[in-house]
Write a protein that binds this ligand. Structure first.
Ligand code: G6P
Length: 452
């Protein structure tokens, strides 16, 4: 099987000759630090060789639980936030029918995502939709204590038990969480739910190839063996013994850092020309944003869906501040075929396109956009995937994960922690008068009084 390809030529033209090549020794150091677990965050390197460590037996155990949920449920709600849902949603939406929730093919349960917000109307509408439905819950939280997920699980556990009885509910509620600690683990052990463990040394944003992603993806009816196979092949293709110039994760990490440090590019816009890739971009934003946004530095990860957003963000990208670069994910061959239709009236003047594949038009839009943006001063990195399927998404996942680890180390931060996410939580709990936050509550109320 061929691999996904990386083309950085329309990015290196914005750098002095040899700059990317000049990163070779630093990239080698980063790769060695990852392999030898001598880098900052070395207690979170379980993702590095996770693909090659996944066994057929383990995948079969995940599939068996997925089959139970598929047999018993018409709807399965994935409760999780951040790394505890984005990977699953990214893969399921990339592979699924664009109108899956309407198609209702009965072959697969409807997969819903919740626990990723604190929207009261969202939760009201979700629980109303689930009334009378045979639904299951995959409760995903590495810490087991995330507010959004815990709130949602409280509502869904109660409704599931009311609708199908406490005993039957146990067969359709699965927890994916820490091996020992946290509320999700405690509830699962108390109630006797089936559980899967999120390894301690795999951070949330790197956990899509653990049951965090694998179980929901299997429940949705997709091939987790092919997904893992793609990741395994990319793990080999980006190993530290692969020549720097041939290592696409190393090349992507280096060119990003070069554009950031030597060409003043502060924002990376990941763009796709297939709407199904929208959540791949959301997953990528967390992976890179949470890994690199530290010590008041780091490339800001943004996302656009093209050509859609060329009609909303195109002006800024073409003519705004020249501090951006683009990373475009391009699918070489769509899974379907639609030809441009003839129209007798030809009022839109588009009959010159009749009979062409719609994707040919999409590809010319992509090429035209690349030329315009590069001419406008926006470096372009292109990742091409032969097909949109489990195998190549598996390759893409590992490609981005490996590049992220290298890039974060090139930026000289710890790519694997996320201390910054605790600040808002502390304020939120203080404002909610959470027990144990009494001093914080007093302080924040005094601050707010002063700021009135
Ligand atoms: O899986 P959980 O422990 O519930 O955490 C879910 C998410 O929230 C945390 O605040 C972090 O920002 C993320 O790295 C994590 O993926």
């Amino acid at each position: 099987m061929e691999n996904i390809q990386l083309d950085i030529r329309k990015a290196t033209q914005f750098l002095n000759a040899g700059v990317v090549e000049g990163y070779e020794s630093k990239v080698k150091e980063a790769q060695e630090a990852l392999e030898n677990a001598t880098c900052p965050g070395n207690d979170f390197l379980g993702w590095l060789h996770l693909p090659s460590e996944i066994t057929e037996e383990f995948l079969n155990s995940v599939q068996a639980v997925a089959n139970t949920l598929r047999e018993k449920c018409e709807v399965v709600v994935v409760a999780g936030i951040g790394g505890s849902y984005l990977g699953a949603r990214a893969v399921i939406e990339a592979l699924g029918n664009s109108f899956a929730w309407l198609v209702g093919d009965k072959k697969n349960p409807v997969i819903l995502f919740a626990g990723n917000n604190i929207g009261e109307d969202y939760l009201a509408e979700l629980t109303a939709y689930l009334k009378g439905k045979k639904f299951g819950v995959i409760n995903i939280s590495k810490s087991g204590t995330t507010t959004e997920t815990a709130l949602t699980f409280r509502l869904l556990k109660k409704q599931c038990e009311e609708q199908m009885g406490k005993e039957a509910a146990k067969d359709v509620i699965v927890a994916i969480t820490d091996a020992h600690k946290g509320a999700a683990r405690a509830a699962a052990d108390k109630e006797g739910y089936k559980t899967f463990v999120i390894p301690d040394n795999v951070g949330g944003r790197f956990s899509v190839l653990t049951p965090v992603g694998l179980l929901p993806i299997a429940v949705a009816g997709f091939d987790i063996k092919a997904l893992v196979s793609g990741a395994q092949d990319m793990e080999k293709a980006t190993a530290s013994d692969v020549a720097y110039a041939d290592n696409i994760s190393a090349q992507y990490a280096a060119v990003r850092q070069a554009l950031y440090t030597q060409a003043g590019k502060k924002i990376e816009i990941i763009a796709n020309y297939q709407p199904k890739l929208h959540f791949i971009a959301e997953w990528w934003k967390q992976l890179y944003g949470e890994s690199e946004g530290k010590d008041h530095k780091g490339i800001f990860p943004a996302a656009c869906d093209f050509t859609t957003d060329l009609h909303s963000m195109g002006q800024w990208i073409q003519d705004g501040e020249r501090t951006i670069f683009e990373t475009v994910i391009s699918i070489e061959e769509p899974n379907n075929k639609v030809l441009f239709p003839h129209d007798d009236e030809n009022l839109d003047g588009l009959n010159f396109l009749e009979g062409k594949r719609v994707d040919e038009v999409n590809k010319m839009a992509e090429l035209g956009t690349k030329l315009a943006h590069v001419d406008g001063g926006v470096p372009n990195i292109r990742i091409s995937m032969p097909k949109l399927n489990e195998y190549y998404i598996g390759q893409l996942i590992y490609f981005f994960e490996k590049a992220c680890g290298i890039s974060g180390l090139l930026e000289e931060v710890n790519p694997f922690n996320q201390p910054g996410v605790e600040a808002y939580k502390k304020n939120m709990f203080a404002l909610l008068n959470k027990p144990g936050y009494e001093a914080d509550s007093k302080a924040i109320q005094e601050r707010l009084a002063k700021e009135k």
